[in-house]
Design a protein. Structure first.
Length: 87
């Protein structure tokens, strides 16, 4: 199943930062997180490898996959919100 008109949010990544994010709390259309893998790998290669493994898992998801149970989603959403507030 494809979205008829998917929502788009652009993410800007700086060469001197390890991460970047956009948040609905700050007016973005989507909650997104990006990683500057080159920057991270130069400083923590094992972390970069772990991020790439997680990226592989995430990229395998599609609109055809079943959605998580509402309770599981709410727990994850609360955790993401708390982590977002730390920055």
């Amino acid at each position: 199943m494809q979205c008829e008109s998917p929502t788009i949010t652009r993410l800007t990544m700086r060469s001197d930062f390890s991460t970047s994010c956009s948040s609905r709390q700050h007016g973005a259309n989507l909650n997104t997180y990006g990683f500057n893998v080159d920057f991270i790998a130069e400083r923590n290669p094992m972390l970069a490898l772990e991020l790439l493994k997680l990226w592989r898992q995430a990229s395998a998801l599609s609109m055809d996959d079943p959605q998580a149970h509402e309770e599981d989603y709410r727990v994850a959403e609360d955790g993401m919100r708390r982590l977002s507030d730390l920055k």
